[in-house]
Design a protein around this ligand. Sequence first.
Ligand SMILES: NC(=O)c1ccc[n+]([C@@H]2O[C@H](COP(=O)([O-])OP(=O)(O)OC[C@H]3O[C@@H](n4cnc5c(N)ncnc54)[C@H](O)[C@@H]3O)[C@@H](O)[C@H]2O)c1
Ligand SMILES: O=C(O)C[C@@H](O)C(=O)O
Ligand SMILES: [K+]
Ligand SMILES: [Mn+2]
Length: 353
Amino acid sequence: MKKIKLGVIPGDGVGVEIMPYATQVLDVIAQVHGGLKFEHSWYPWSCEYYLEHGEMMPKDGLDQLSQHDAIFLGAVGNPNLVADHTSLWGLLINIRRGFKQTLNIRHAKQLRGITPMVINPNGFDLIVVRENSEGEYSEVGGRIHSGEDEVVVQNAVFTRKATERAMRYAFELAKTRKGHVTSATKSNGIVFSMPFWDEVFDQVGKDYPDVEKRSAHIDALAAFLVSKPSEFDIIVASNLFGDILTDISAAVMGSIGIGPAANLNVDGSYPSMFEPVHGSAPDIVGKGIANPIGQIWTGKMMLDHFGETELATQLLNIVEDVTEAGIKTPDVGGKATTSEVTDEIVSRIKQLT
Ligand SMILES: NC(=O)c1ccc[n+]([C@@H]2O[C@H](COP(=O)([O-])OP(=O)(O)OC[C@H]3O[C@@H](n4cnc5c(N)ncnc54)[C@H](O)[C@@H]3O)[C@@H](O)[C@H]2O)c1
Ligand SMILES: O=C(O)C[C@@H](O)C(=O)O
Ligand SMILES: [K+]
Ligand SMILES: [Mn+2]
């Protein structure tokens, strides 16, 4: 029996609503497999936990999580309780950094049964490789003085190592797919880091003569993602650019609620973390209508990560069968609840046996 020890962190908002359904899906997949079992340990770390304990996770939280093979996380953030930068850095980014999850891989493609939000979807299928450890999300800077003398500095740090790592991963991934990589740059306006980014892209690209290379400024790229998404295969982007592009690519699919993501520890020194693109969705919390597909597809990426590629593919197929049958939450034009969508997915998985 192959056992996968999961540290489960539902987090806040719709993360809490979706997580029991997504883990149920994984358990049923494991039953169908026959030789696979997920052992979950649940952690209540969230904004509510912060109100009680003064921190988003305990001091030894990373030690506790390091006992697991992977982390399955919902969403973090409740701006009514805790400032967003405090909650995000106290939990999500703390884990990304502490566990050297240096890449964030986010898939987007046209799904059967979900109307894309663009006029020319043309069967698009793309993956964004987001640098996940530095760049615009660097903890370097500070604030001095106050009032009209106040000065704020926020530095963006780009290292050759992390930049090369993201690009090399993107090129390797492209070799297994349609064979082209687009680099998200802004070297016309951002005068040090982005020309450096372009240089590294050119240098690493020389090792991949068979991969087609393109560079596009992030502003135009954001527009192209909407106007002609099918022209992309792999997009490699800095931390912030990748963040923004993947809310767009999820929306292009039909809803922010369906985008999956994998925060990868590439050297195997710590567990990787699987959490969807979307946040805690405070505007729909408590209504029972959160779309579970982002979290379930994220679970599919986790199955791929553990080598269960056949079941992973079957799972995404079933999700598409269900959306094609019209059983969908309101964000993608349906009338079903989180529970109804999941029930249908679960019952179809059971029919695989
Ligand atoms: N990785 C994360 O944990 C993460 C990601 C983004 C935002 N956040 C946090 O979440 C909070 C809300 O942020 P936001 O409003 O900018 O982004 P959000 O992703 O939570 O919501 C954006 C929009 O998408 C919709 N949406 C999101 N998930 C959905 C789902 N599963 N089903 C249906 N609709 C869904 C929401 O209803 C909202 O209209 C903030 O505290 C923010 O910091 C966390
Ligand atoms: O990385 C972030 O900024 C948090 C969230 O927006 C995400 O995309 O995971
Ligand atoms: K999330
Ligand atoms: Mn984001």
